[in-house]
Design a protein around this ligand. Structure first.
Ligand code: ATP
Length: 241
């Protein structure tokens, strides 16, 4: 469907189109449509814009990723449909591994997601049944030994709460992107970016290019000054407003 750019809900409708196309291509699961709907509802309440509390979290998140020894970005079908190109660019900017991780087990869908990233020159890793992150029983426990398994800092856009908690229990620093400040993911992450992934990733690419030359002390200061409880409080206040 052709959506005119002048449409007041252009961005939101485009995201719906991308997710529906993702389902048609076999990248996104049908359940992904429901997750997108939940995200849209929160985005509506947030005024569909990136707030200062999200910008602060993005800055702290990028600083943490630049400080990491082995940064990784975990991607699912929704993230791939919505912004595979931008995630590929961010991974390049921060030198991070991209790893496919989906809830509803499907080797075919994992391969299709990997192929989607290849279109943008990024080599996404696939999880291996040989390695498990522990604390989980479902498909999301599997990991790649060159990606999530060895990562010290992990960016998890559109994560589910128990995997976020499991990764945290493993001692990893977790940066989540989640429009719902009340989700278990938002509460379990060290840094929660309460914003739409489609707006957040392009901003993070810009932040990465401006922080790339910052020294380690400056990056550490940004991370240490960041307060996630304050972020979640500000997001809830914005929603109530
Ligand atoms: P949790 O297990 O963390 O409590 P949940 O069960 O609500 O979360 P899921 O249904 O697994 O989570 O995933 C949907 C989550 O992703 C929701 O919190 C939703 O707000 C968020 N989400 C969906 N689409 C987007 C998007 N485009 N950008 C950012 N967040 C999104």
């Amino acid at each position: 469907m052709k959506i005119p750019e002048s449409h007041p809900r252009y961005a939101s409708l485009m995201s719906r189109e991308k997710i529906v196309r993702g389902v048609e291509k076999g990248i996104t699961s049908l359940h992904g449509l429901i997750a997108q709907g939940r995200g849209e509802a929160f985005d509506y309440l947030l005024g569909e814009k990136s707030h200062n509390f999200a910008m602060d979290a993005m800055t702290a998140g990028v600083a943490a990723l630049l400080l990491a020894k082995n940064p990784a970005i975990s991607v699912n079908g929704n993230a791939a449909s919505l912004c595979a190109e931008d995630i590929s660019r961010l991974a390049k900017a921060i030198n991070a591994a991209i790893e496919v991780n989906i809830f509803h087990a499907s080797a075919l869908r994992e391969k299709k997601i990997k192929k989607e990233f290849l279109r943008y020159g990024a080599k996404a890793l696939l999880p291996s049944k040989k390695y498990s992150i522990g604390f989980l029983e479902h498909n999301r426990r599997f990991a790649n030994k060159k990606g999530i398994l060895v990562a010290d800092v992990v960016l998890v856009p559109l994560e589910d709460g128990d995997r976020c908690e499991a990764l945290r229990k493993m001692g990893k620093k977790i940066i989540a992107i989640d429009l719902n400040p009340m989700s278990r993911t938002a509460k379990a992450a060290h840094i929660t970016i309460v914003d739409n992934i489609t707006r957040a990733i392009p901003f993070m690419i810009k932040i990465a290019s401006s922080l790339k030359r910052a020294n380690v002390e400056r990056l550490r200061l940004i991370v240490s000054k960041y307060d996630n409880r304050k972020t979640l409080h500000s997001a809830l206040k914005q929603i109530r407003h």
